[in-house]
Design a protein around this ligand. Structure first.
Ligand SMILES: Nc1ncnc2c1ncn2[C@@H]1O[C@H](COP(=O)(O)OP(=O)(O)OP(=O)(O)O)[C@@H](O)[C@H]1O
Length: 451
């Protein structure tokens, strides 16, 4: 008996220690079991207490009255499935007549307290079925991505979502994006993560970094073109527009060939082109976009207009030609001048890190969800790298990318330097490869040695 008590005390101590120091391990060892038992046992009581039950049907009430029987109890929505996940539990519940997903969403906080879990997120899985995702611990406190994430094509796993799922970006589905955030909110780390993940994929990377190249130049081996000042940026963007127009010519030519071949598919983008004709897709990543939009004097104003016009054209027409845009900045509103709101409308992938005011958050999510605007303004200062991401469906989530150092991103770029394609139209912007003799600025980590 004494030994049993000692063993139980050791296990309980171990559980407490894990819960405190390693919540992810605690969840996978003890937490998931305890939570599943708790939910099974208390399900009906909690549903009742959270006002998620409905009165018995009129027929049963009438029968009870007629035969003088006990009045039937409130009906509890049926728990169809309870499945564990890496970070929590997922429940599928069949809604009762009169209920909708919003009723469950409004009760999310009550459910969270009642089931003693960290977070509860609800969504309608299909008509009549609501899915409740619970996370057992604060998954964004210390981001741990799963070792393997199934991604194919031009899809990359970028961050962990607050519901424990992975936030992926599929460039073919969401070709252009805008990432906002105050200074020191985590934009550069997010950009590094994107580049690190894309480095291994068949895509050409083109960058504009008017901070003299401090962010992107160390990764130059994987970049087909880089501009580190607004004059070069303007010429590079116009060259990219020329490339895009050339690709449209190829598509048109191929369409004419297909049109004369009965039953042949006719493509309207590069993905339907035969492989030998298909140009490599290009991602243009722009760090601190305001540097391109600010001007003083007539000459700079003209340059700014040409830059914004080229960006708008790339955003409007780039998708079919395989040209994608990732734009990063602190703000991206009409104060940056004509054409900015037009450009923003094309950037459908939206991410906002911590912002200092509501108007900045509205630049990202004003047209998606007022709740996402609020969430972006509530990101705490000590949660660097945390962001809100909005999907075109109107859904939004808090996310956090794994902390990616410049060293890690540079290593990935060096490892995959052989995948860097030559873009003849942009050949004059091919970056100079940094060497030990040309060290990166003191603020950045040192450049990796050549592979
Ligand atoms: N996902 C993350 N996890 C942990 N720390 C992070 C994360 N993202 C950023 N940080 C930390 O936050 C700080 C600021 O990050 P970063 O340089 O990316 O911000 P920024 O928005 O690009 O700032 P600026 O606009 O001034 O360049 C860095 O010290 C970085 O280590």
């Amino acid at each position: 008996m004494g030994w049993l008590a000692i063993a139980l005390a050791i296990v309980a101590g171990l559980a407490l220690l894990l819960r405190w120091r390693r919540p992810a391990w605690y969840w996978m060892t003890f937490g998931v079991l305890f939570a599943a038992i708790r939910i099974r046992v208390r399900y009906a009581t909690v549903m009742d207490a959270c006002h998620l039950t409905v009165p018995a049907s009129r027929f049963r009430l009438a029968m009870a009255r007629t035969f003088g029987r006990e009045i039937p109890r409130q009906r509890v929505p049926r728990l169809l499935r309870l499945s564990p996940t890496r970070t929590g539990l997922r429940l599928r519940i069949k809604m009762l007549p009169g209920q909708d997903a919003f009723v469950f969403s409004a009760a999310a906080d009550r459910l969270r307290h009642s089931f003693a879990v960290h977070q509860v997120i609800t969504r309608e899985a299909k008509p009549g079925i609501v899915e409740i995702t619970m996370t057992g611990y604060d998954v964004l406190k210390r981001v741990q991505m799963p070792a393997r994430v199934a991604c194919d094509g031009l899809k990359v796993a970028l961050a962990l979502r607050e519901d424990g799922r992975i936030h992926c970006r599929d460039y073919r589905e969401t070709p252009h994006s805008l990432t906002l955030g105050a200074t020191q909110s985590g934009k550069s780390v997010y950009q590094r993560r994107v580049i690190k993940e894309l480095a291994a994929l068949p895509i050409a990377l083109v960058g504009i970094d008017c901070k003299n190249g401090v962010e992107l130049a160390p990764m130059a081996r994987r970049f087909s073109a880089l501009a580190d000042n607004p004059d070069d940026a303007m010429e590079m963007l116009e060259a990219l527009v020329d490339r895009m127009e050339g690709i449209y010519e190829i598509i048109r030519r191929e369409q004419r060939v297909s049109a004369d071949t009965p039953h042949a598919e006719i493509t309207a983008d590069i993905w339907g082109l035969p492989e030998h004709l298909r140009p490599i897709p290009v991602l243009l990543t722009v760090d601190e976009v305001a540097e391109l939009a600010l001007y003083s004097g007539k000459a700079q104003e003209k340059r700014r207009d040409r830059i914004i016009t080229a960006l708008v054209r790339l955003a409007q027409l780039g998708r079919a030609a395989g040209v994608f845009l990732d734009i990063y900045g602190q703000r991206f509103g009409s104060e940056l001048g004509d054409g900015i709101t037009m450009l923003r409308a094309q950037l459908t992938g939206r991410t906002a890190h911590r912002v200092n005011d509501e108007s900045s958050a509205r630049m990202a999510f004003g047209d998606i969800s007022p709740y996402a605007v609020f969430a972006a303004t509530q990101i705490p200062n000590d949660r660097r790298g945390m962001a809100v991401v909005g999907y075109s469906t109107g859904d939004w989530f808090r996310i956090r990318t794994p902390h990616t150092t410049l060293r890690q991103a540079v290593n990935a770029c060096n490892r995959h330097a052989d995948l860097t394609p030559d873009l003849p139209e942009l050949a004059r912007f091919r970056p100079r490869i940094p060497t030990a003799a040309a060290p990166v600025p003191a603020t950045a980590e040192p450049v990796a040695e050549a592979v």
